[in-house]
Design a protein around this ligand. Structure first.
Ligand SMILES: *[C@@H]1O[C@H](CO)[C@@H](O)[C@H](O)[C@H]1NC(C)=O
Ligand SMILES: *[C@@H]1O[C@H](CO)[C@@H](O)[C@H](O)[C@H]1NC(C)=O
Ligand SMILES: *[C@@H]1O[C@H](CO)[C@@H](O)[C@H](O)[C@H]1NC(C)=O
Ligand SMILES: *[C@@H]1O[C@H](CO)[C@@H](O)[C@H](O)[C@H]1NC(C)=O
Length: 516
């Protein structure tokens, strides 16, 4: 396809021919937040004349140059495994969580590869793609990079999975950067046992991924792509670029190679839109201030037990503030100043309303970005995954408080809300981090588009790879060099000792001879 993008030429004002490319984007995680971050990117690429084939669990509005493949059945496979309950339950073991995830993704993948759309993607000889963009969490969909012999870019709506950092050549350090899923009290003050556990966790994870997950995945893929499917780790090591949604305000700083591009300044945040008239009136009227409460799209009303729901309603009823509460549950009696809805479409615009004083959130990254962007402090009630780390980081930086999910009572919610309402420091910190968050070199959307086109133009980005990826581990850890230096040291000490001994003997012997 040779569609010359004229507006691009005029805009840049110099001669450069930009060919529209065919991009295959596969986003298989059944979670709205994993999808919504990248919608502006698909839109912008399609607007620029690229042809996007998007495989997604949440279809977006149709537009020219965009072909979508519906993967929404992924949600039912996760529900069948009670995935959200398992990962939010503190007593679930790592093994139980991994098994539930594995079963759900396995079923989703099988259904996809067997579907007419999946079969067409695999076997239609008319498919010509220039670039694969895949979600950098699970290994399966990278296979299309090998199948079409095209470069691929991993993208993630949070920090990516450890194995992708590894393939990008980013140093993995269990103490400085523990895995996002590793439960920790304090990243900055790990105890000896936590350090030992983090070390074991990361290395166990590496082994499991490589020797179990990758092998199983490969066997599954061979059913659809034939026996020739290479080792997944080899496909993964072909990674050209990583786009990750991280930002030092939300995650601890970590070293990144030039092939890892951060887009953690809220790529999904659009221009502010006016609120609907009734919401606007409701919030304008909140003279004492208002609270916005949402636990995101994954935590449903049924994930909270009745006592918790009752305590929350009592807490909100007792306070003088207006409350907007997102929950899919019907209460018998709700006071006038509390407004309950299944979904508020304009979360970011609600947070931007000056009368909103605090946001009570599960600590999902996108929600937190919206709140910090709007300069609003939060009360975090983390349930699973990166939410624990996100909330810890927030408490450390002082722009919010944490309430434990097993400690949701009328009293704990009241106390937390009053603390934030009474002490301006939380709001001041949220505003300060908001200023830092909004201060960006290049809007993240432009950055992401530029880097994807860069990979298309140069058919990969091998020149950005960390040279360490091609080296054996003993060279990386300099075992030979350290070994030789140690050997020399030992030799010098040994020889020195021998010389001293000899001289000493000679002197003593001579002296003794003289005195005799
Ligand atoms: C765009 O993608 C669709 C779906 O893969 C394909 O049918 C169409 O031919 C592509 N258009 C161009 C110009 O390559
Ligand atoms: C995954 O699916 C394959 C069928 O392709 C099946 O043989 C395998 O047992 C499944 N694995 C799990 C963990 O469900
Ligand atoms: C890695 O990329 C090269 C160059 O595009 C390609 O020839 C090779 O087949 C790829 N290897 C795998 C395992 O995908
Ligand atoms: C539970 O909340 C109360 C405040 O209502 C607080 O004093 C207590 O420390 C909390 N407990 C835990 C384990 O967080």
């Amino acid at each position: 396809m040779l569609a010359v993008n004229i507006s691009f030429l005029i805009f840049l004002g110099f001669i450069s021919i930009n060919y529209g490319a065919n991009i295959l984007a596969i986003m298989p995680t059944a979670s709205f937040s994993h999808q919504v971050v990248f919608r502006p990117l698909w839109k912008e690429l399609a607007n620029k004349g690229h042809n996007i084939t998007l495989v997604t669990t949440d279809l977006m509005e149709n537009m020219p140059n965009l072909t979508q493949i519906d993967l929404s059945y992924g949600y039912s496979h996760y529900q069948k495994q009670n995935f959200v309950d398992i990962i939010s339950n503190d007593s679930s073991s790592f093994y139980e969580m991994a098994m539930a995830a594995r079963k759900a993704t396995n079923e989703t993948n099988n259904q996809f590869f067997q579907s007419p759309e999946g079969q067409n993607l695999i076997h239609n000889p008319d498919n010509l793609f220039d670039l694969l963009v895949v979600e950098a969490q699970l290994p399966t969909m990278m296979v299309f990079s090998w199948w079409y012999q095209i470069p691929f870019v991993g993208v993630s709506s949070l920090d990516c999975a450890l194995q992708y950092h590894e393939s990008a050549g980013n140093p993995i350090h269990p103490i400085a950067n523990p895995d996002t899923n590793f439960p920790l009290n304090d990243v900055f003050e790990m105890t000896f046992w936590e350090r030992l556990n983090s070390f074991l966790y990361i290395n166990l994870y590496r082994c499991l991924i490589r020797f179990l997950t990758f092998r199983n995945e490969r066997r599954m893929l061979q059913q659809y792509f034939g026996e020739a499917v290479p080792n997944i780790v080899d496909i993964q090591n072909n990674l050209s670029l990583l786009l990750i949604d991280t930002n030092p305000i939300f995650q601890p700083v970590r070293p990144l190679m030039p092939n890892t591009i951060t887009i953690g300044n809220g790529m999904h945040l659009g221009e502010s839109q006016p609120l609907t008239a009734d919401l606007q009136d409701f919030l304008d009227d909140a003279k004492e201030g208002a609270i916005y409460f949402s636990l995101g799209s994954n935590i449903k009303g049924k994930n909270l037990n009745d006592t918790v729901k009752k305590s929350l309603l009592e807490a909100f009823t007792s306070m003088p503030y207006k409350v907007l509460w997102k929950i899919d549950h019907k209460f018998d009696k709700v006071p006038k100043h509390v407004r309950i809805q299944k979904w508020f479409s304009a979360q970011h615009d609600i947070l931007r309303h000056p009368n909103i004083k605090v946001f009570i959130t599960q600590g999902g990254l996108q929600s937190m970005q919206e709140s910090v962007h709007a300069g609003k402090p939060m009360i975090g009630i983390p349930f699973f995954g990166d939410q624990h780390m996100n909330v810890k980081r927030m408490v450390q930086l002082g722009y919010g408080l944490k309430v434990h999910k097993h400690n949701i009572t009328k009293q704990s919610i009241q106390e937390a809300v009053e603390e934030i309402m009474d002490k301006p420091i939380y709001t001041e910190n949220a505003q300060e981090y908001g200023r830092i968050f909004r201060d960006v070199e290049v809007p993240n959307l432009d950055k992401a588009v530029w880097w994807l086109e860069y990979v298309i133009r140069h058919k990969g980005a091998r020149h950005l790879r960390n040279p360490m990826l091609e080296m054996p581990f003993w060279q990386i850890y300099m075992l030979d060099v350290i070994g030789l230096i140690l050997l020399c040291f030992v030799a010098v000490v040994f020889v020195g000792k021998l010389i001293v001994k000899t001289i000493y003997r000679k002197l003593i012997v001579n002296k003794e001879k003289k005195t005799n």
